[in-house]
Ligand binder design. Structure first.
Ligand code: NDP
Length: 331
């Protein structure tokens, strides 16, 4: 392997515009860290879309290698926890935001951010899952911890065609829940049914501002959308139900009332994947290796090259990407 490799590099000009260019780097260009990873795959998430287009204040310093996920093989390590040849996955911890991230064939990172790949998961499988799928698993674990078992009734997933949503639909179905999906793309309803949704609701219906309490429909929900839709989901959640909220694809405001909380004992539980503690990360990845059928992942994930990433970044923000995008750094 030569010492030179390709990476996507973000810079910001004097007018504050973000530029994304593929550059040739060497290991000397990489940041400090105790583990050097041969990055085989990364993935494109909504947050990467914000970083690369400059639409969100995601990137804290420039130049920046974006990419909030990476998976590959350890090339060298100054940590006792990792040896050359180990397969590892890294999501969050601020990579692609304040530390250089996954859109680079090699990256130097901190060992405490890494998780050894569990079971039979390959680096490609791990990136088909990525931050989005990992977050879906955290949402499922959050509902389980709230006592939402499959016998309690239907569970709702919003933003269902997206990365988090599609993995959440698949996981919940495999775990025996009756899943209802919300999508703004009616043409994708059959695909959502194939993933495991028993019913599909329109985004329009679920975006109507709710009364403080509506009819009790959901034992639990995974919400990736926020805004009015989350307010409606809360108003429709059944007594003692729980909602795992992880996203803001529809807005960061929450125009709700206290009524679902004080009259129905509903709980709203936040889910963050970025600073998730290591032990919980390991548990989530082990659960993904066990509970997520790799065949289903084949339906969800599509491959892209590094060259395609800047264009796809705009598409993911426009809600035009279905499922997950795996970025093959070897091509
Ligand atoms: P995607 O873009 O893949 O999916 C988002 C989905 O939301 C879209 O596919 C679409 O689904 C739906 N959607 C898009 N725009 C709107 C809108 N205006 N109103 C209602 N629904 C909309 O993103 P991800 O799945 O990767 O992420 C989803 C959300 O979760 C994002 O906000 C992201 O920032 C957040 N997130 C948070 C994490 C955390 O740690 N808390 C980690 C990962 C993601 P459809 O077409 O089916 O309606």
């Amino acid at each position: 392997m030569t010492d030179r490799f390709h990476a996507l590099v973000l810079t910001r000009d004097d007018e504050g515009k973000t530029h994304a260019d593929i550059r040739e780097l060497t290991e000397a260009d990489l940041p400090d860290g105790d583990v050097l990873v041969d990055v085989e795959y990364s993935s494109l998430n909504y947050k990467d879309g914000l970083a690369i287009t400059g639409k969100g204040k995601v990137v804290r310093s420039f130049p920046m290698v974006p990419g909030i996920d990476l998976a590959g093989t350890v090339l060298s390590s100054a940590s006792d926890d990792y040896q050359p040849g180990d397969k590892v996955v890294l999501t969050g911890w601020g990579i692609g935001e304040k530390h250089w991230g996954g859109f680079s064939r090699r990256q130097r990172v901190r060992s405490e951010w890494l998780v050894p790949l569990p079971g039979e998961l390959s680096p490609r499988d791990a990136m088909a899952i990525g931050t989005a799928g990992f977050t879906a698993m955290l949402c499922v674990m959050t509902l389980e911890e709230a006592g939402i078992t499959p016998d309690r009734g239907q569970v709702l997933v919003t933003g269902a065609s997206g990365g988090v949503g599609s993995v959440a639909v698949t996981l919940l179905d495999r775990l025996g829940y009756e899943v209802v999906a919300v999508t703004g793309r009616p043409e994708g309803a059959d695909w959502l049914r194939e993933l495991g949704a028993k019913d599909v609701l329109s985004r329009e219906e679920m975006s109507q501002p709710p009364r403080p309490l509506e009819g009790q429909r959901w034992a639990g929900a995974v919400d990736t959308v926020g805004g009015v839709m989350l307010a409606r989901v809360l108003a429709e959640t059944a007594y003692d139900g729980a909602v795992a909220a992880c996203g803001l694809a529809g807005g960061f405001e929450l125009p709700t009332t206290v009524m679902p909380f004080i009259l129905r004992n509903v709980s709203l539980r936040g889910v963050d994947s970025v600073m998730c503690p290591v032990q919980r990360r390991k548990r989530a990845w082990e659960r993904l290796a066990r509970d997520l059928p790799m065949k289903a992942l084949g339906e969800i994930a599509h491959e892209a090259t590094l060259e395609q990433v800047p264009e796809l970044a705009g598409q993911i923000l426009a809600g035009q990407v279905r499922g997950r995008l795996v970025v093959d750094l070897k091509r």
